[in-house]
Design a protein. Structure first.
Ligand SMILES: Nc1ncnc2c1ncn2[C@@H]1O[C@H](COP(=O)(O)OP(=O)(O)OP(=O)(O)O)[C@@H](O)[C@H]1O
Ligand SMILES: [Mg+2]
Length: 270
């Protein structure tokens, strides 16, 4: 693999959360430590691990929505952690995230069309008169309809809000997207639809994706390579077939054992 094929290079990422204590003596919690991995252009890289293992913390640090305590992140030749605000702003367009809880990531007082249009306006991606048709095109691409642009977030279901989150992320025309549990709150048939949609959009746009999920079936379906997290550290990483076919760490084995409920796995995969 040559350096040109690597879009994202993450080394020794660390996050210590500091909580102020009642008597002024705060506590520290090491949420992520020693996390290193690379993501190749055009691939979907999975981040797996039980609840609280640090997946979302890593995902947010990749975009610097959360400041790492230490570590190194290189995105397409840019040292992300060294960028000053204006340069970071330019990079932000290229790096998008669909949040774990898409519902709360929308402003309840603005129509969803306005919110999907926001990145287009902010980054000046289209002439003014082309914004509305672009919004409608995106909504349709994620399986929503033109007339839904006037509606407000509370008028959408959980699955529809995930689609809106994806539409808003794509509105920025990114080349990299972090999808944080894009389907975990949804029932199996809707999960399947959204995963298929993501795969189509990815193939169409040549997106590079980091997909966070605790659902191994989803990871297996979507990803070429993945890393397994446990208590803030990456315990194993590699091609998904190898990870799942011949797990080297006890943690991966335990994750696999936990989902050996054939019904749940085949429902998502079939
Ligand atoms: N703002 C914060 N302050 C203090 N601790 C935090 C904060 N955010 C997260 N944590 C802690 O850091 C650890 C990792 O959290 P994170 O949200 O990254 O886990 P996760 O793997 O995404 O979990 P889940 O699968 O439940 O979404 C958890 O123990 C969590 O309680
Ligand atoms: Mg999370």
């Amino acid at each position: 693999m040559s350096a040109r094929d690597v879009l994202l290079d993450v080394q020794e990422l660390r996050k210590v959360y500091r909580t102020p204590g009642v008597l002024g003596k705060g506590t520290e919690f090491v949420a992520v430590h020693g996390a290193s991995f690379t993501v190749n252009r055009g691939e979907t890289f999975g981040l797996i691990g039980e609840s609280g293992s640090g997946k979302t913390t890593v995902g947010r640090m990749l975009l610097r929505l959360l400041e790492p305590t230490s570590g190194y992140i290189e995105f397409d030749g840019h040292e992300v952690l060294r960028l000053a605000r204006p340069q970071l702003r330019a990079l932000r367009r290229r790096m998008q995230i669909v949040f774990q809880d898409s519902g709360s990531a929308f402003n309840p007082r603005l129509s969803v069309g306005e919110q999907v249009a926001y990145p287009m306006r902010k980054f000046g991606l289209h002439p003014k008169n082309e914004i509305k048709p672009r919004v409608i095109e995106l909504l349709e691409q994620v399986g929503l309809s033109a007339d839904q642009a006037q509606r407000y977030p509370h008028e959408f279901s959980g699955g529809q809000r995930q689609r809106l989150g994806i539409a808003r992320a794509l509105a920025a025309q990114p080349d990299f997207v972090v999808l944080d549990e894009p389907t975990s709150a949804l029932d199996v048939s809707v999960q399947r639809q959204i995963l298929d949609l993501l795969r189509d959009l990815q193939a169409e746009r040549g997106l590079t994706v980091v997909l966070i999920s605790h659902n191994l079936a989803v990871i297996q379906h979507m990803c070429s390579r993945a890393a397994v997290m446990h208590h803030g550290a990456i315990v194993e990483a590699g091609p998904v077939d190898e990870l799942f076919g011949a797990p080297r760490s006890e943690i991966t084995r335990q994750l696999l054992d936990a989902v050996l409920e054939p019904v749940a796995v085949t429902e998502v995969l079939s």
